[in-house]
Design a protein around this ligand. Structure first.
Ligand code: PMP
Length: 352
């Protein structure tokens, strides 16, 4: 039986993408070669790169002032990469500390410059997105984690500032429309909304680069990858190919506006049940901070936890277990989670 995959990442992908990805492993477009064995400088792969970039640009409305890069190292590498490329030692980056991933980005950034944490929800185990804080003048950039995968919170109101935002969008990229002009850098590991693990999408405003004094190793210099059009070294060919298929799928569904509606509808179904059913409660204290991607909840009576887990698993719902730092349950309902998948989980909750 095909399971309904509620895993936080690597995560569910559209069934049609998996089929096409499997076909390409056997034979890429009747070329007689597998996608796994073609050169990253072949014509076939150059076309894949071009189409993937052009889909990113089209779906998000990314203009030529930004470069679109496909790098490796995961979002965790971008925690320090952004700082290395943007921040001189005496300069300050602002941060919203909204979860474990923000905290890691803060730690890494301190290796290269000054950090000013403008607001943090750490004291209450990151159960909300802080909303009252002031943004001082003179920050080089303001780093935000748009969606906190572990704690189930999401930024729904972007900071009001002309300071460029650097955003870790690993767990909600392409899930909704965003005001792109506010962002200096957007980065995301692919393994939630975009494809398999192994590629990191980076969208970087070109005029922010070239202001740091430190010498940068080639692989850690955005400008080198811009110049090499993401083929300075061997890029993750297969993950990029699957990203292309996923972006095609998003486009077929109607783009980001359609994704946004689909995600709102799914999240509402699940949150309504959490709020209605006395057997469950949400872990996010501020409803306005609730994530549309990772829905976190617990059993009101902790003694019920194991039984609910068992019943969800029996109904085919895989990966609903919460992160160890929050406990309870987390249902990750990324773009490619169908409405019917969430309905199945909600029915288990109703029967419970
Ligand atoms: N940021 C967020 C919001 C995440 O959910 C994760 C986990 N995938 C990371 C960063 C770390 O990503 P990676 O494993 O690709 O380094």
């Amino acid at each position: 039986m095909k399971k309904i995959n509620f895993s936080a990442g690597p995560a569910i992908l559209p069934a049609s993408v998996l089929e096409e990805a499997a076909d390409a492993v056997r034979d890429l477009n009747n070329s007689g070669l597998s996608i796994l064995e073609i050169s990253h400088r072949s014509k076939a792969f150059s076309q894949v790169l071009l189409e993937t970039e052009s889909l990113v640009r089209e779906l998000m409305g990314v203009g030529e002032e930004y470069a679109v890069l496909f790098l490796s190292g995961g979002a965790s590498t971008q925690f320090f990469y952004t700082a290395m490329n943007l921040l001189n030692p005496e300069e300050t980056a602002g941060f919203l500390d909204t979860g474990a991933w923000s905290a890691k980005a803060i730690k890494e950034t301190k290796l290269f410059g000054k950090v000013n944490v403008l607001a943090s929800s750490k004291e209450s185990n990151y159960d909300h997105i802080p909303r009252s804080y002031t943004i001082p003048e003179g920050l080089k950039y303001l780093h935000v984690t748009s969606n906190n995968t572990i704690f189930g919170t999401q930024i729904h109101e972007w900071p009001e500032t002309s300071t460029p935002l650097v955003a870790d969008m690993s767990s909600d990229i392409f899930s909704r429309r965003i005001p792109l002009e506010k962002f200096g850098i957007i980065y995301a590991g692919a393994q939630k909304n975009l494809g398999p693990a192994g590629v990191t999408l980076v969208i970087v405003k070109k005029d922010l680069l070239g202001t740091v004094e430190r010498a940068l190793p080639s692989m850690l210099d955005y400008r080198v990858h811009i110049k090499g059009a993401s083929t300075y070294n061997t890029p993750p060919v297969y993950p990029i190919y699957v990203m292309m298929l996923t972006l095609r799928w998003i486009k077929e569904q109607g783009g980001l506006e359609a994704m946004e509606k689909h995600n709102e509808k799914k999240a509402k179904l699940l949150y309504d049940e959490i709020d209605r059913n006395p057997k469950f409660k949400g872990t996010v204290s501020d409803k306005e901070s609730r994530s549309l991607m990772n829905v976190t909840f617990v059993c009101t009576d902790e003694a019920d936890t194991e039984r609910f887990q068992k019943e969800a698993t029996e109904a085919g719902c895989d990966g609903v277990k919460g992160h160890r730092s929050v406990g309870g349950f987390r249902a990750s309902i990324y773009n490619s989670m169908p409405y019917e998948g969430v309905e199945t989980l909600v029915n288990v909750m109703k029967d419970f």
